[in-house]
Unconditional design. Sequence first.
Length: 225
Amino acid sequence: MSQTISSIADRNRIEKLVRQTLRKYLTAAEPTDGYRPKLVVNISARHVHLRPESVERLFGPGAKLTPMRPLYQEGEFAAEQTVTIIGPRQRMITNVRVLGPCRDYDQVELAFTDGILLGIDLPVRRSGDHRDTPGCWLMGPAGMIRLEQGVIRAERHVHMSPRDAAYYGVQHGDRLKLRVVSRCPTVLEGLLCRVDERYKLEVHLDTDEGNACDLPSATYVELFK
């Protein structure tokens, strides 16, 4: 009897220690202000960013981008204007949406399968990194321009505010993983953290990645280290 009572006491002590340890760990992991970010995961389809002078060359003198609908990030929009992308051997993709506002560089963002169609070997780059990247021709209703570089497959990334970054325990340039629970459950690694006061929490995947994990049918998404 005494051995049974002793065993129960030992077990109770162990369970108490485990509960205390878990409580301490979970409390430390929780944000002190109770903040819970809203995670949005979107598919970023093929698109083009343009300089103001490129807009005029493609759509005519004095042309400016006309907002068609706002995007999730504040101040960004899908424009009414579209272009045709022409790759080697005159392979082309028509009606590619231009996104605004204008930038100080021209950039074409495509999925891997787009590159195969066009005959372009796409490097994976963060936006704005055009080192050793291929070019293409862009055609609009008023003219054509030749890009010497700037055609990329944008690496998967997550926009986040400093508060979001603190919640996940990361800094600008760090990497996170994304779990997608769907008919094709998937874990995507190496999401680049892009931290800025202007950003709302949003993951960008390209069309191939979104299709591979069947993002439209997802019932749960989670960012984690």
